[in-house]
Design a binder for this molecule. Structure first.
Ligand code: F6P
Length: 414
C-alpha cells in the first residue's frame, strides 16, 4: 500500500471489536501502509479532526495481543448519522479534505447496520466525485442482525456469556425454596432481533435443564399467556427462569418496556433505548402470583465480557479486519466483508465481500422456523447454528488477579 489507512469504530461496543481493529492495523502495516490512523469516536470524531496515529500506541506484539483481549471500543465509538449527500455537501467536502490532508487510501469502518450506512454514503460520494479513496465495512454487532453475513463478530462472545450466565442463574435459582416460588427474569439485548436471547438455550445440557421460557422479539408477546405459563411452571417446581429480549413487543407494536414509566431516550438513528422489560414483567408476576421475583438486566456486561470471549469469535474478528484492508488494497470499495460458513463440524468459515447497499439499514431477524410453535423457545436448529460460534477460549492477560487491557481512548499527540 502506498497511501495511508484510517480506521474507526462505531455503534454498540463488543468483546471482539478491538480484535478487528488489531486485524486492520496488522494487515495494513504488513501491506506497507506508511501510517494507520484511528478516528477517535468514529466519523463524529473525524469531523472534528480527532484522530491518532495508531503506531504511537500499538508498539509491540504484546500490545496487539492486549488489544485483541480488550473489550469495548479502543478508539471510542459513536452513533452518528451522516446526512444524505444532497442535504449537506459541505459535510462531505470537509471529510474528504481531511482524508486528502492525511493522504488516506483506505477508510475502514467497523460497525453494524447503521455504521454501514456511513460506508455506503462515503463510497457513493467518492465514486460520484472520482475520488480514489476506498471505503470498506467490517461487520460488528452483538445483535447479529446484519444481512448477508452468516453471523457478525461480537455475537459469538456475547452468546457464550449469555449461555454461561443463564446457566449460573439457573443454578442459583435452585438453591433456596420460597413459598410461592421464585421467578428470575433475564433481560437480554439485541434490539429487534432475538439472536442473543435465543443464546440463553445454550445453557441447556446434561447438567442443566436450560431456561423455562425464552421470548424473542420476532413474535408478538402476550402478557396474560406469559403469566399463565409461569403459574403452570410454578405449580410443578419451585422456580422458573425466563429469558426475555429487551425488544419484545405487544400485538399492537408497542415495546413491553414502553409500559414502564418513561425512559424515552432515542438515538441519532431513531432507536429507542430499550430497558425495563424484565422489571415490568417481574412486577406483574409479583402482583398476580405473589411469587418472589428477581430481574437480571445483562446490559453492558454481555457485550464487554472479554473474560468469556469465544476464540472462534476473536479470531474471525481479526480476520474480517484484515480482509477489509486486503480488499481495499486490491481496489474494492463500497463493500462489507461477510463471513461465510463452510462447514459446521468441524466448523470452518471464510470471508467474502458484499455490496454495502444491500446491508446498510437492514435488520436480519431469527427465522420463524427456528422458534418453537408456541413462541416460547428456540429450536435445535437455532442451537446448532450458534454452538460453533462460542467454541474455544481466549485467556485474558491477568495482572494482580484482574484482566489487563490496552489503555482506551489514546489522545492525539501535539
Ligand atoms: O446495537 C447493539 C446494542 O448493544 C443493542 O443490543 C442495544 O439495544 C443497544 O446497542 C444499546 O445501545 P446503547 O449502548 O447506545 O444504549
Amino acid at each position: 500500500m502506498k497511501g495511508n489507512v484510517i480506521v474507526g469504530q462505531s455503534g454498540g461496543p463488543t468483546a471482539a471489536i478491538n480484535s478487528s481493529l488489531a486485524g486492520v492495523f496488522r494487515t495494513a502495516i504488513d501491506r506497507g501502509a506508511p501510517k494507520v490512523y484511528g478516528m477517535r469516536h468514529g466519523i463524529e470524531g473525524l469531523l472534528n479532526e480527532d484522530y491518532v496515529d495508531l503506531s504511537d500506541y500499538i508498539r509491540t506484539e504484546l500490545d496487539v495481543e492486549l488489544l485483541k483481549r480488550t473489550p469495548a471500543a479502543y478508539l471510542g465509538s459513536c452513533r452518528f448519522k451522516l446526512p444524505e449527500i444532497h442535504e449537506d455537501i459541505a459535510c462531505y467536502e470537509k471529510i474528504f479534505s481531511i482524508l486528502d490532508k492525511l493522504d488516506i487510501e483506505c477508510f475502514i469502518y467497523i460497525g453494524g447496520n447503521d455504521s454501514m450506512d456511513t460506508i455506503k454514503k462515503l463510497s457513493d460520494y467518492a465514486i460520484l466525485n472520482g475520488h480514489p479513496c476506498k471505503f470498506l465495512g467490517v461487520p460488528k454487532t452483538i445483535d447479529n442482525d446484519l444481512a448477508l453475513t452468516d453471523h457478525t463478530p461480537g455475537y459469538g462472545s456475547a452468546a457464550k456469556y449469555i449461555g454461561t450466565s443463564v446457566k449460573e442463574i439457573i443454578q442459583d435459582s435452585k438453591a433456596l425454596i420460597y413459598k410461592k416460588g421464585l421467578v428470575s427474569i433475564v433481560e437480554i439485548m439485541g434490539r429487534n432481533a432475538g439472536w442473543l436471547t435465543g443464546a440463553a438455550a445454550l445453557s441447556k445440557g446434561e447438567d442443566c435443564d436450560g431456561p423455562d421460557l425464552i421470548y424473542l422479539p420476532e413474535l408478538p408477546f402476550d402478557i396474560d399467556d406469559f403469566i399463565a405459563r409461569v403459574k403452570k411452571i410454578l405449580s410443578k417446581k419451585p422456580y422458573a427462569v425466563v429469558a426475555v429480549s429487551e425488544g419484545i413487543r405487544l400485538d399492537d407494536g408497542r415495546y413491553v418496556c414502553e409500559l414502564t414509566d418513561g425512559i424515552d431516550f432515542v438515538d441519532a438513528f431513531g432507536h429507542k433505548q430499550l430497558t425495563g422489560t424484565a422489571n415490568y414483567l417481574a412486577r406483574r408476576l409479583a402482583q398476580e402470583i405473589g411469587c418472589k421475583t428477581r430481574t437480571i438486566e445483562l446490559s453492558s456486561l454481555q457485550r464487554a465480557a472479554s473474560h468469556m470471549a469465544s476464540r472462534v469469535d476473536i479470531l474471525e474478528a481479526a480476520q474480517v479486519g484484515g480482509a477489509a484492508v486486503k480488499a481495499a488494497d486490491e481496489g474494492d470499495t463500497g463493500e462489507m466483508v461477510i463471513i461465510t460458513r463452510v462447514s459446521d463440524d468441524p466448523y470452518g468459515s471464510t470471508t467474502e465481500l458484499r455490496n454495502v447497499h444491500k446491508v446498510s439499514n437492514v435488520e436480519k431477524v431469527v427465522p420463524r422456523e427456528w422458534i418453537n410453535k408456541d413462541g416460547t423457545y428456540v429450536t435445535d436448529e437455532f442451537v446448532a447454528y450458534v454452538k460453533p460460534l462460542i467454541q474455544g477460549d481466549v485467556s485474558p492477560i491477568m495482572v494482580d488477579g484482574i484482566p489487563r487491557y490496552l489503555l482506551h481512548n489514546p489522545k492525539k499527540k501535539k
